[in-house]
Design a protein around this ligand. Structure first.
Ligand code: SF4
Length: 237
């Protein structure tokens, strides 16, 4: 595959040659690539390296996205999913109601439930625990990937538990990994501006900065997946 390199980009040309010959890039090369806007060349090179290492293999998991509630106290600027309690269209499903929904939509290829939702302050932390328990009991062989870091923070606030205790309770109920998202913006200024004006992450560094225990380390995975069915069709969190 030929890569079109603008002649003036001598350093890019040198990087292309290094990548193709398997030579390790230097720190300066990395900085140059980071600052470059030549995304086509970088993308093509990445694709070449990937194909060399992995051939045509692609790995993914087929999952099913479930949203137990759309009632949310946060007000993220980009969100068109959340509702206030009592709004038209607001819902909070019980475990049995969610199982009824899953029964109607699941198929044998689904290996994971991907669960996120609103930060609903009208139900206790136990509700979120029971939601996971109900699914795990009915579908023991489907992995439970549930809740963003933002939800873990919310649970800690409504329960009075520490992050670790929240995670331990959720894991006892069947939680096996966390969903990605929720803790990408670590600046209070930008979080307030772009996301929720509600206070979040009083101690976010305790959550994201280090694996505080094997418990946390196990679930600090961010994954991607493909949804086959969703409760609302919305993308959230
Ligand atoms: S994105 Fe999630 S946390 Fe933010 S308002 Fe919507 S439902 Fe709530």
């Amino acid at each position: 595959m030929n890569v079109a390199i603008p002649t003036e980009q001598k350093q890019m040309q040198s990087i292309v040659e290094k990548v193709r010959s398997g030579e390790r890039l230097t720190r300066e090369d990395g900085v140059f690539l980071y600052q470059s806007d030549d995304l086509l060349t970088i993308g093509q090179l990445a694709d070449e390296v990937n194909r060399k290492k992995n051939g045509k293999k692609v790995y993914f998991i087929e999952n099913m996205s479930l949203y137990f509630t759309n009632v949310c106290e946060a007000r993220c600027a980009f969100c068109n999913f959340r509702k206030d309690q009592g709004d038209e269209g607001a819902y909070t499903l019980s475990g049995d109601e969610m199982i009824e929904y899953v029964e109607q939509h699941i198929h044998p290829g689904v290996r994971e439930f991907h669960i996120v939702g609103g930060h609903n302050p009208h139900v206790p932390f136990q509700y979120y625990i029971d939601s996971l328990k109900a699914l795990k009991e009915r579908y023991p062989n489907v992995t439970l990937k549930a809740y963003t870091a933002a939800e873990i923070d919310f649970f800690a606030r409504i329960s009075g538990l520490s992050y670790r205790e929240v995670l331990q309770e959720l894991m006892k109920a069947g939680l096996e990994s966390l969903t990605g998202g929720g803790a990408e913006i670590l600046s209070d200024y930008y979080r307030k501006k772009c996301m929720s004006p509600k206070p979040m992450f009083r101690n976010i560094w305790k959550f994201t900065g280090r694996p505080t225990s094997s418990v946390c380390a196990r679930i600090r995975r961010c994954c991607t997946g493909r949804s086959k069915a969703t409760k609302t069709g919305s993308t959230i969190c």
